[in-house]
Design a protein around this ligand. Structure first.
Ligand code: ZN
Length: 81
């Protein structure tokens, strides 16, 4: 049996963008995603929640994207590969 999630408690507990959300349920991840939407790539709450939500598909999509990114892609940003 799962305990219902109190959205207000989640918003307070996960309000700081610079902190990683840690181990969270899918329901908590959904709340964090809505709370931190648009904060950008430096929001650890959003990235952690996105990673948790993508696990539903079998593998973390963020991890998968990083693994399958094109090898030469970094050259586009002026960095050596
Ligand atoms: Zn944020």
């Amino acid at each position: 049996m799962t305990t219902p999630v109190n959205a207000e408690v989640v918003r307070i507990r996960h309000r700081v963008c610079g902190e990683h959300p840690g181990e969270i349920s899918l329901d908590v991840a959904k709340i964090i995603l809505s709370q931190h939407a648009g904060h950008g790539e430096h929001c650890l709450q959003f990235l952690g929640a996105l990673n948790r939500a993508s696990v539903v598909c079998g593998e973390a999509a963020v991890t998968s994207l990083l693994r399958h990114s094109r090898p030469g892609r970094r050259e586009e940003y002026g960095q050596e590969v």
